[in-house]
Design a protein around this ligand. Sequence first.
Ligand code: BV8
Length: 256
Amino acid sequence: MDAELEFPKQLIDALRSAQQVVVLTGAGVSKESGIPTFREAQTGLWANYNPEDLATPEAFQRDPKLVWEWYTWRRGLVSEASPNPGHYAIVEIARRVPGFSLITQNVDGLHQRAGSDAVLELHGNIMRTKCFEENVLVESWQDNEGIPPKCPRCGGFLRPDVVWFGEGLPEGVLDQAVEAAVGADVFLSVGTSSVVQPAASLPLYARQAGALVVEINPESTPLSQLAEMVIPHPSGEALPALVQQVWGSEKKRSYQ
Ligand code: BV8
């Protein structure tokens, strides 16, 4: 284990005694799975676009083909990616504490593929598709009628089932996330630039309610000044090391 990764005793003790642990993740937790983070310089076709300008209903209405193809490119990256040790360490934390909530801003579904359940997906999931007009999920469609494909029911454009800038978050998911945050004993914010609202406010609610707020991110963010602790390391290294230091390395057998 990397000697430099020694965690503060306060954090180790807090996790060992915590009744409720909440983890909030952003694109950084999938970086070590090979998926570029949301704000990393876009490559190839998308080099000239700011992701925040593409992930909007206005961009889709202005150029549906461009936006649909951006998501097709990203879906390809996600399909080729696998969860990394950071995702698996989060599954292990959930097994070790009495109460656990995982809130993610990510749309890649890697937490679920690593074995996390009851994932609160604040911003939807890129692997699901819905009708732009009816706002209902669509499982299958004809691929031979141009790009974007059309809704088999109403003929409207299909779009990814993600939350775009300016759109509200899914019913109830945000309420569950706020409820989890204010009930947390320990709140880990992992791999997020902490600028997108309302997600970025969750660690602040947790702190106001008395949680120990810890940021895991190699870079500093607007949360860094407000967190009790900052662990400036990649999550794929820091999270497994944290699990090992707090609970030891043997896997907890899940007693059914
Ligand atoms: C809403 C889905 C209202 C699409 C996304 C208040 C103030 C200011 C602005 C607003 C506000 N309230 C609302 C807004 C507007 C806007 C907003 O927040 N804008 C920002 C830019 C200021 N918010 C919204 O529009 C939200 N909607 O509030 O609507 C409303 C209410 C009711 C009815 C109608 C309307 C909707 C926001 C959701 C937008 N959709 N994604 C898609 O993915 O294509 S957000 C997008 O950013 C991604 O989901 C991403 O997850 C999210 C956050 O980014 P990060 O995950 O943090 O990724 P990023 O690249 O930024 O950072 C990665 C980090 O990882 C870095 O810090 C890096 O250092 C770190 N890292 C790198 N490697 C590692 C690592 N960390 C650990 N380990 C590593 N190895």
